[in-house]
Design a protein around this ligand. Sequence first.
Ligand code: RAM
Length: 485
Amino acid sequence: MNKRLLNVAKQLKPELFHTYINKDFSSELKVGEAFVIDFVTHYTGFLSLDLDFEGSPVDAPILLRIKFCEHKDEINEKTEEYHGWISKSWIQEELIHLDILPTTLKLKRRYAFRYVKVELVASSNKYRVILKGAHIDALSSNNVRVNYVGNNSLEKNIDKVALLTLHECMQYEFEDGPKRDRRLWLGDLRLQALTNYYTYKNYDLVKRCLYLFAGVTDKDGRVPACVFTSPKVTGDDTFMFDYSLLYISTLNDYFKHTNDLKTVIDLLPIATKQIELAQNNFTDDIVNDSSVLGWCFLDWNLRLNKQCGAQGVYLVALKDLIELYKATNKDTKLLIDDYKKKLEASKHFFDEKLGVYVSGKDRQISLASNVWMILGNDFSLEKNQQIIHNLKSLSFEEIVTPYMYHYYIEALIKCGLKEEARSTMDEYWGAMANDGADTFYELFNPNNKDESPYGGKAVLSYCHAWSCTPSYLLRKYFIGDNKND
Ligand code: RAM
């Protein structure tokens, strides 16, 4: 824990802006029935409900079940059937007794939702319960509005949904999702920050997050995969090979968009340390494989072998570190030598016959491995295009997160396949938009709507920051003046 670095983060803690939403109505709640309030779009904040009664005096309490849903499919989802491996407590439900009516019930916990399902579980039959109003005190550290962009109504809608996704996740930090996990994760931060540079431009929030990570490295100097900020700032004891390395890329992106050399100089030792520590994971310049879940993230496809993708992430991070060294006039020789060695060793992953990268002892073919190696290598456009082409003729492990789709699109762009990149974006995020998304999801497999790495869908987050990047991709590559940026 580095107090000085955390103090910088503390100084940058943003204020939260409030938006108040009020709905007035008068609706009788009947025992065993549910009333669904639709707030028309997604909010992150505190709910209160006005409740009244008609008839005889309130001679017994009422028991309410209140369920918060980000997506319409959650309304009728049987949450009691969820028995997955991450905690049930993420499910947004409350069971509440109220002894006195009329009253305004103010919920203490912050929720993320568009729909609120209010069910009267029990009450006495001597009086009728009336729901009279619902109010949200919605919160975000963003108060900037941005015009939607896109070539057609689908793209404009994608941009609108992506912008709202980012807005909702901007709280005291960049949260990964306001429903779950409600905390700062490194992989998510990188994509949020990139999108933020082209939209809301809250540079201080990115800087704060960079300092939060810098302040909680472990005893060896490793950047953890995520940070908790309440009740006090604490680094998680989860470390992921790729997430630690992407700290470097996040710092380099920050520098490119702010020119804030002072911050770079301050944080460069921490960035450099991630490359040094990563060396322990290599044998003969090839990343060691592992079967430990989460040793390296890449994507939530649980069948994915991460070895080759991890090598690609290392190369990407090393290239970013070289850029940072150049920007600060530091000697890059050792880093460049290392890049050459690691790239040369990456031939180990290349299957000459198939013309694609393969990963692990079973030589698994996956999109994720090839995407990260394309992003990490220094091959010609044509050679990388050929890899994508070869891959398409084979069957391969797919990807299921908008996070990994983002990197897939970046890889297509790097190969000069801009049209394909754009149509992939339109198709993937468009399918979520057509699925009724107000905000984009943590996970979306167009080929399997029931996909969940957690053993059930009830804990999935439907407003997940790493899915906000169409707002970045559109502005950086596809429309307007920045097209050739
Ligand atoms: C999930 C979170 C987060 C992601 C990690 C790897 O638990 O949703 O967004 O970064 O996985």
